[in-house]
Design a protein around this ligand. Structure first.
Ligand code: ADP
Ligand code: 5GP
Length: 246
């Protein structure tokens, strides 16, 4: 296997960590790049599992030493992908998934244009708010200010969807996991000539339907709900609290 680099971005709370972990249970040979961050661990997060947690001083020292493939400031904290993640995956002949924000994704695409980029969208702002809130509850930390900050950032991040090759709308989890799996298998087939059983040719159709160029119909209601198409005032309206979905 030549080692394909998959970049996955999404507004916080859209479900990308869940999708990546489900994918890795089902498809072998996919490594996950554990990023470095200066944010403190959340809920049950453990050092070296979700992230490498470090101080701003140490992070800046690592930048100066050229240890990062990319890095960015997100929600007031620094996040970065170590170059060694890519080197290790290549040495093992594995594919690598980066879960990074839109700034980091742009940096990686510029350096490694052969990378495959995937943008994950929540179906609408209310669902995103509910998921963020449920995650906070599950982690035993309810931080409404942080939650609203992340919601406010969501529309700005979604505006970058055009930079990505594939689009996933994470509505029904099983379906989105199957689409992500299809993208990985299809890219292996096209790039590495990896064999796909005749029976499994369906995965090529599923992946093709997720190409950004084939996603306009699916995308339209989502972009409208986030106020990216149509009435820009809608953006504030859609985050209103007076819904009964949480
Ligand atoms: P991200 O990594 O994008 O910040 P997470 O994977 O942590 O998001 O997901 C946020 C919350 O939404 C979690 O509580 C997760 O269990 C839940 N979730 C993810 N995908 C779905 C889905 N398709 N349907 C319902 N809940 C979901
Ligand atoms: P969280 O704090 O919710 O885990 O992540 C916040 C944001 O930082 C998400 O958009 C996530 O994709 C992004 N992120 C995580 N690791 C990295 C990284 O190494 N580089 C960049 N640029 N963004 C990252």
């Amino acid at each position: 296997m030549a080692g394909i680099l998959f970049i996955i971005s999404a507004p916080s709370g859209s479900g990308k960590s869940t999708l990546v972990s489900e994918l890795r249970k089902q498809v072998s040979g996919v490594d996950f790049a554990i990023s470095w961050t200066t944010r403190p661990p959340r809920g049950s997060e453990e050092e070296g599992r979700e992230y490498h947690f470090t101080t701003r001083e140490e992070f800046e020292r690592m930048i100066a030493a050229g240890l990062f493939l990319e890095h960015a400031e997100v929600f007031g904290n620094l996040y970065g992908t170590a170059r060694s993640s890519l080197d290790d995956a290549r040495a093992a002949g594995h594919d690598l998934i980066l879960d990074i924000d839109v700034q980091g994704a742009a940096e990686v695409r510029a350096k490694l244009p052969e990378s495959v980029s995937i943008f994950v969208l929540p179906p609408n702002p209310k669902v995103l708010r509910t998921r963020l809130r449920n995650r906070s509850r599950a982690e035993g930390v309810i931080n409404e200010a942080e939650l609203y900050r992340r919601l406010g950032e969501a529309s700005r991040e979604i505006e970058n969807y055009r930079e990505y090759g594939y689009i996933l709308v994470n509505d029904i989890l099983d379906r989105t996991v199957a689409q992500l799996e299809a993208i990985v298998l299809a890219e292996r087939f096209y790039r590495n000539g990896e064999v796909i059983a005749y029976r499994s040719r369906r995965v090529l159709e599923v992946a093709a339907a997720c190409l950004q160029s084939n996603s306009q119909e699916r995308l339209k209601p989502v972009l409208e709900a986030f106020g990216i198409l149509g009435d820009s005032r809608q953006r504030e309206l859609n985050f209103e609290e007076n819904s009964d979905d949480d």
